[in-house]
Design a protein around this ligand. Structure first.
Ligand SMILES: *Cc1c(COP(=O)(O)O)cnc(C)c1O
Length: 389
């Protein structure tokens, strides 16, 4: 499934301009909007007309950002949030009731996992997990009260791939709401709605901004579900700021060209690492050696910007590698113009037991590289000298 007019939609989708007819979208830094008279105010609150009332509900800048993402993802409607996690939380909080059940892949973003294990159970919402390579067991986890099927693909940080078509079929058969976190792929590389997803979530903080500046999130998909999410968000206040929406809208105009180069560089990094004698194995969706390479090719336009590899020598070698890095950044973000390296076992996931880490596919020597847009030879040189140190 691919959107043939992707670049055009990213660039030409826009909200109405002011009387100045700005070519580039102006920034609407206003918390509220005026009404003409009592009748205009009544009709606006009654939702008899589409009108901006208050920026906690909607704002021209957030509307433009959401419209663009909807067109790129092939979605009916959407809503934008202050962060990716605000999008994830609000989506679940809006759609689930006490007693509902979620089936999720175990390899999900750390804070999403914390939401499932620490917070949703407070409202009597439980989650059952399947491992990335155990989708054959997925259906056995579905209960009469299961409402949502949730997954990310590619996964963070293991860069595993889940078969979207298969998830779409299972969700349809059991009447579940299929929610896909499409953050790693971006709407440019993969459009899950075409495979049966009901909702797609992005952390816009990552490749959508792509320059490490602002936080943001968005949920798009079926209009009836987005309506519930909108009503929840409008009353609870996780809205995206107009400024960040303006930044993100601009970023979408260059998403395709940026992501093309990210993928080109990442493939070169993956091929280089695969031949390196300090490297045990490499995982990148568009390497033939990836266990789900065929599925990746079916659902993604290219392999993405993230490469995972196993350094020989486990935890100690991973730490030594980070210390030897000269140019690349040690940072928690990903999808930035600057290449970022992390070693989850000694950093983000150091509190987990070895068994729990293996459960989510984080081995002792796993290194995640978010390949940036620098001259790729400079990235390769830095990785090479750090591996050989
Ligand atoms: C970063 C990330 C999130 C959370 O997004 P924030 O903008 O940091 O709140 C969710 N899912 C994935 C896959 C991510 O990488």
């Amino acid at each position: 499934m691919s959107n043939k007019n992707f670049e055009t939609e990213a660039i030409r989708t826009q909200v109405e301009r002011t009387d100045f007819l700005e070519h580039s979208a102006p920034l609407y830094l206003t918390s509220s909007f005026l009404f003409e008279d009592a009748e205009d105010m009544r009709a606006s609150f009654a939702e008899e007309k589409e009108k901006n009332i208050y920026s906690r509900f909607t704002n021209p800048n957030t509307s433009e950002f959401v419209d663009k993402i909807c067109k790129m993802e092939g979605a009916e409607a959407g809503y934008s949030f202050a962060t990716g996690m605000a999008a994830v939380f609000s989506t679940f909080a809006a759609l689930l009731n006490s007693g509902d059940h979620i089936v999720s892949c175990r390899s999900v973003f750390g804070s999403t996992h914390a939401l499932f294990t620490k917070f949703l159970p407070k409202w009597n919402i439980e989650t059952s997990y399947f491992k990335v390579d155990e989708t054959d067991k997925l259906e056995s986890l579905i209960q009469p009260n299961t409402k949502v099927l949730y997954a990310e693909t590619p996964t963070n940080p293991g860069v595993d791939i889940l078969d979207l078509e298969l998830l779409g079929k299972i969700a349809k058969k059991h009447n579940l709401i299929l929610i896909i976190d499409n953050c790693f792929a971006t709407p440019y590389l993969q459009q899950p709605i075409g495979f049966g997803a009901d909702l797609v979530i992005h952390s816009a903080t990552k490749l959508i901004d792509g320059q490490g500046r602002v936080l943001g999130g968005v949920t798009v998909g079926r209009a009836d579900l987005i309506r519930e999410i909108y009503l929840f968000a409008r009353n609870t206040g996780p809205a995206l700021s107009p400024f960040n929406a303006w930044v993100l809208s601009k970023s979408l105009e260059t998403l395709a060209v940026r992501v093309d180069r990210h993928c080109e560089n990442a493939l070169k990094v993956a091929e280089f690492l695969e031949k390196h004698d300090k490297v045990e194995w490499v995982k990148y969706p568009f390497l033939k050696s990836h266990p789900k390479h065929e599925i990746a090719k079916k659902q993604m336009k290219a392999g993405g910007s993230i490469v995972a590899f196993e350094i020989k020598g486990g935890i100690a070698a991973g730490r030594k590698f980070l210390d030897a890095i000269k140019m690349c950044s040690l940072s928690a973000n990903l999808g930035d113009t600057r290449t970022i390296v992390t070693h989850p076992a000694s950093t983000t996931h150091s509190k987990l037991s070895e068994e729990d880490r293996n459960e989510v596919g984080i081995s002792a020597g796993l290194v995640r590289v978010s390949v940036g847009l620098e001259t790729v030879a400079d990235v390769l040189n830095d990785l090479d000298q750090a591996l050989n140190s």
